[in-house]
Design a protein around this ligand. Sequence first.
Ligand code: PTJ
Length: 259
Amino acid sequence: VSDIPDDHPRAASLRLRERIERHRETGLVAPAGPIAHGRGEAFDYLLGEATPPCVEEDIRAAAALLLEAERPVISVNGNAAALVPAELAELGRAVPAPLEVNVFYGRTSDRERLIADHLKAHGAKTVLGVEPTAKVPRLTSARGWVDREGIARADLVLVLLEDGDRTRALLDWGKRVISVDLNPLSRTARDATLNLCDNIVRAVPKLTEAVRALQGDPLARRALIAGLDGRASTRRVLEFLAQRLLALAADLGAPGGDA
Ligand code: PTJ
């Protein structure tokens, strides 16, 4: 039973936190998961806890990339599985693309299975990444273990909530990478073909909606991909953030003024 009253001003954010805490207890979320979640919360607070207008267009471009890919894979870690299991299953069905468990901390077949079973219980058909046998070249962490039938042969990987060196390694391996990361300065966000700087709980349902909207429109998909520039997308997010913070500062009035 939740202690969070519906009229609490931070109820929605506290409920997400509660979900992370609950899944931390079962081991689905890694010990560092709540810390990573807090980092995301801080960026979300600064960005206004809504999808920035410029990211709406990035989501459409990401949907186009997913639909045009031949073998797209959705990579899922503990935090992503805790926050949006049913939404990821739905995205996987819409594209279609398999989900693949890929974690950094405490990578054991038990944890992989716990995450895979959780995703299946929420409607995922195919979940890869349990006891994987392939390796991402030159990646020494546990994230380097990938499924032969999944990320190893994918041409595009959707990478959710991670700051590290896997995205660079996947790009060097010849794959495209779409990431979802609220921190526009993370290595993943800066390296990705396209980063969606939005909370995963908003970005994934919007991505599914965009996939459905673009399903019958190959011309629109190709136009979106032709106009794609990941660095420009991140620049727009940083400009949006800077302008938002300046506007918030201006609202407080001039130093020493009566405003
Ligand atoms: O399950 P595991 O073992 O793979 O571990 C998962 C975590 C998330 C603990 C692991 O990948 C990790 O330590 O991640 P980092 O390096 O802290 O990176 C997480 C990134 O996701 C940070 O840049 C956060 O800002 C961002 N982030 C956190 N929560 C959200 C988010 N981005 C979008 N939506 C969120 N809800």
